[in-house]
Design a protein around this ligand. Structure first.
Ligand SMILES: [Fe+2]
Ligand SMILES: [Fe+2]
Length: 278
């Protein structure tokens, strides 16, 4: 099955494993469409079952992350369209559209949860504004993709914390679905960066990762400051949060390293064709 096949590929990125090929944009489109067909059922009928005390610990963060998941992606699509034209990969736009649709589904489901809990949705958030400002500063595919990867590595921690902070079966199932979706999101973005970084001279690549580390330090501290109450409710003290964030980002850095992939044509940046078993 396509989705299982993609998930299995995550286990093959160790230094001793056979190098995988980057999945084509058409392959990613197919993945996102297949994933949309196998969504977990949310047990809405059982009621929310979250206690007021549990909700109080997480609600501010939940509202902020729900808001962050609702972007219409117009700027990203514009950047992707321009970039796709530059590299001659028209399927990339469809893949990005399908990616945005998944993020919007996250926002819609979390929004439904807030509505049922009687909590008003957010209309603005300083963290989201900062996140967008980082990407609008230099509107190209690299500056779009890099902050998304960093925030998504933190999303893995945040939604796991939300899952652990309550016994509410609805919220736990929503978070389980989001976590299952976010792991391929990180791979999707990292493979794009692998394309972008492929031709970068060694010294510039090293400098890029150094800048990533500085930027990631800032994002990690900002997320802790903004969401520490909810993270603590899910069992993440600062030390645990910090270590987990860096561990996940190191995984992302491995995924975005061009040396981790097979490239059919080193000079033309054509990825080796990936076989998709539907
Ligand atoms: Fe998401
Ligand atoms: Fe995502």
């Amino acid at each position: 099955m396509l989705v299982e096949w993609i998930r299995k590929r995550f286990d093959k990125t160790g230094p001793d494993a056979d190098l995988p090929a980057v999945l084509t944009s058409a392959g990613w489109q197919a993945y996102f469409h297949a994933n949309a067909q196998i969504l977990r059922e949310i047990p809405w009928a059982h009621g929310l079952g979250i206690t007021p005390a549990e909700l109080a610990e997480i609600v501010d963060s939940l509202r902020a992350w729900q808001f962050g998941e609702t972007s219409d992606g117009a700027h990203l699509l514009k950047a992707a369209g321009k970039y796709a034209e530059q590299i001659g990969d028209p399927d990339l736009v469809g893949a990005v559209e399908a990616f945005i649709a998944e993020e919007q589904r996250h926002g819609a489901t979390l929004g439904q949860y807030l509505d049922r809990a009687g909590v008003p949705r957010k209309q603005a958030d300083w963290g989201d504004t900062l996140f967008r400002a980082c990407r609008y500063w230099l509107p190209n595919m690299e500056t779009w993709t890099t902050p998304v990867i960093m925030v998504e590595t933190h999303a893995l921690i945040f939604y796991n914390a939300m899952r652990l902070a309550t016994d509410c079966p609805v919220l736990r199932q929503i978070c389980t679905q989001i976590l299952a979706d976010e792991i391929p999101h990180i791979r999707f973005q990292c493979e794009r960066l692998a394309h972008i970084l492929h031709d970068r001279p060694r010294w510039l690549y090293t400098l890029t990762i150094l800048l990533h580390r500085i930027f990631f330090t800032g994002i990690t501290l900002a997320i802790w400051l903004g969401h520490r109450r909810a993270l603590k409710a899910g069992g993440y003290g600062f030390g645990c949060f910090w270590r987990t964030a860096w561990m996940k980002m190191h995984w992302a850095w491995r995924l975005m390293a061009p040396a981790g992939y097979q490239w059919q044509d080193e000079t033309a940046l054509t990825p080796a064709a990936a076989t998709i078993e539907a």
